[in-house]
Ligand binder design. Structure first.
Ligand SMILES: NC(=O)c1ccc[n+]([C@@H]2O[C@H](COP(=O)([O-])OP(=O)(O)OC[C@H]3O[C@@H](n4cnc5c(N)ncnc54)[C@H](O)[C@@H]3O)[C@@H](O)[C@H]2O)c1
Ligand SMILES: [Zn+2]
Length: 407
């Protein structure tokens, strides 16, 4: 069975006017030039604010979120991010009580129930109550775990996302999915709990390792493929500027990517909060991407890099079915590789296919697969055979073996 999601996916518009380079914007304007993207679902209404200088102005931005109260604030972060970004954040609380930091070591191995318990105990011993507010300062790991603690501490308290990686800004901080890993798999324990707000301070990306930036951009490429030819074209044409932090137009070009990606995520979440239909399209590239992460023990590739390879495989599958033109397939593949290098890895195609059967997106034994039909439009199909998947994985692995493939 298949159904075309393009009918419900028509009204997306990316900003069509290029934003001026950051250096051309007067300082006063820069401070107020943040873009605010509203998100509204049956269970929550909030804004995602994107721009520079958000951490140093955080205190006044939090005020309107909790009218009539002065909640006690706790920042959940990791030691590395706290060392880099606590100063601007704490600076905004000069005249008021500062947030109490609770630090969690970086790394996926700490996104576990044991950390949830430890942090919850620390919150309790520090006097956190139902009126307290948690701030998640960090990447997707800090965001997912903080959101989960906020969902269950005293049966639910509010939290705010302060994402500091590109992946967290364009993807994980938006949409209310929270959770931790089990030994049996990633994100197997969790809940839906939306933040009160998201403040994506683009200044924080200045300290992000370039490899993390490029990996996060794979999720933006995905957003363009599933829903926005304009975003995809921008990523194609402005790759040099987006990837070069020293380029004068870098921040403006990157901010445009972030804003457009968040708009897409917000729109999809709005249409399908609990992933019963349209939200599934966000999983483009993720069936084989998750299999690649599992096959390489979650150690060799960053999530976005695995999604890059997974997207290439899904694109090969659509081209082989004849539902995607060779021209669009080539553009997708070239753009994904342009934002590489995607690390090479060793795995058998048959093992990758076997690993897709445990993908938690599978329901009642049928595998839902997201395939592009053109750049900006995808379909959800449920009749992908193991043979097709095997062929797609083999063709992706053959591409990987080509010398001089990537920048
Ligand atoms: N909830 C969702 O909807 C959703 C969606 C996608 C991914 N995720 C989850 O997100 C997680 C991955 O998130 P991630 O890619 O942000 O990884 P991450 O949180 O591990 O951050 C990557 C690395 O960058 C460091 N870092 C973060 N910000 C920095 C900064 N500004 N400067 C320097 N270093 C910085 C971190 O300490 C870490 O070492 C996974 O656990 C994944 O399951 C969740
Ligand atoms: Zn992802």
């Amino acid at each position: 069975m298949r159904y075309d999601v393009s009918a419900v996916a028509k009204h997306l518009r990316c900003p069509s006017q290029p934003t001026p380079a950051r250096s051309e914007i007067p300082l006063a304007k820069r401070v107020s030039a943040a873009v605010r993207i509203p998100l509204s679902t049956p269970s929550a209404v909030y804004n995602i604010t994107v721009g520079g200088n958000l951490l140093p102005t955080l205190s006044r931005r939090l005020g309107p979120l909790t009218p009539g109260t002065t909640p006690r604030l706790f920042v959940i972060s990791s030691p590395e991010i706290w060392r880099l970004w606590s100063e601007p954040l704490l600076g905004s609380f000069r005249d008021q009580p500062s947030p109490t930091p609770i630090l969690l070591p970086a790394g996926e191995t700490h996104k576990r129930l044991a950390s949830v318990e430890r942090i919850a105990e620390q919150l309790a011993s520090s006097g956190a109550d139902r009126d307290s507010l948690l701030l998640a300062l960090g990447g997707g790991i800090v965001g997912d775990i903080t959101g989960f603690i906020a969902a269950i501490y005293m049966r639910g308290i509010p939290y705010v996302q302060l994402p500091t990686t590109l992946l967290a800004q364009v993807d994980s901080s938006v949409g209310g999915k929270t959770g931790v890993n089990l030994r049996a798999g990633k994100n197997l324990v969790g809940s839906f709990h939306h933040p009160l707000a998201v403040f994506a301070d683009t200044d924080t990306l200045s300290t992000l390792p370039p490899r993390e930036l490029r990996a996060g951009l794979q999720e933006s490429i995905k957003a363009g493929i599933i829903r926005s030819p304009q975003l995809f074209r921008h990523l194609e044409r402005e790759a040099a500027t987006i990837l070069d932090a020293a380029h004068p137009g870098h921040i403006a070009a990157l901010t445009r990517v972030i804003v457009a990606s968040i708009r897409i995520k917000a729109e999809v979440v709005q249409a399908d909060e609990r992933e019963s239909g349209l939200r599934m399209i966000l999983n483009f590239g993720h069936t084989l991407g998750h299999a690649i992460e599992a096959a390489t023990d979650y150690k060799q590739l960053l999530h976005g890099e695995a999604i890059g390879w997974g997207s290439i495989a899904a694109t090969h599958l659509a081209r082989a079915r004849g539902t995607l033109s060779p021209q669009d397939a080539a553009r997708i593949e070239q753009t994904i590789l342009r934002y590489g290098p995607l690390p090479r890895f060793t795995a058998k195609a048959s093992k990758l296919v076997a690993l897709t059967t445990s993908d938690k997106k599978n329901r009642s034994g049928t595998r839902s697969f997201i395939l592009p039909t053109a750049i900006g439009t995808v379909e959800i199909v449920r009749d992908v055979t193991d043979a097709e998947l095997l062929h797609a994985a083999e063709s992706m692995l053959a591409l990987m073996r080509q010398p001089d493939l990537q920048p």
